[in-house]
Ligand binder design. Structure first.
Ligand SMILES: [Zn+2]
Ligand SMILES: [Zn+2]
Length: 110
């Protein structure tokens, strides 16, 4: 039985393949998938961060981790929930980077 030959589905690519794409375009396809997912994530993150930044610079926003105010002009990060599926809000740069910050205030987690 003759083997079914397929041509790489990438437009203009003449290579005969026995899988989805030729080696070159398979790699390109995977890279593109990864980067577009990342782009979507970054876009959402940046948009949200910008919204929060307006509020933080206005003053009166409390850190999502320690509950103390984030003073306008200080460095802050957009914190994730522990499972990283969502954002919990702005937090001090040092609260975001140190794990200890979270554990020190367990009552704020509920
Ligand atoms: Zn190809
Ligand atoms: Zn804090």
């Amino acid at each position: 039985m003759p083997r079914a030959k397929r041509i790489c589905p990438k437009r203009g690519c003449p290579r005969i393949v026995n899988k989805r794409y030729c080696t070159e375009h398979e790699r390109e396809y995977e890279a593109d998938r990864g980067s577009s997912t990342k782009r979507g994530y970054d876009h959402r993150h940046n948009a949200l961060r910008k919204q929060w930044d307006i509020k933080v610079q206005r003053g009166g926003v409390n850190c999502a981790t320690c509950g103390k105010p984030i003073h306008p002009g200080t460095e802050w990060h957009l914190g994730h929930t522990d499972d990283r599926t969502d954002y919990k809000g702005p937090e001090h740069a040092h609260c975001n980077t140190s794990d200890g910050g979270k554990r020190a205030h367990p009552k704020l987690e509920s």
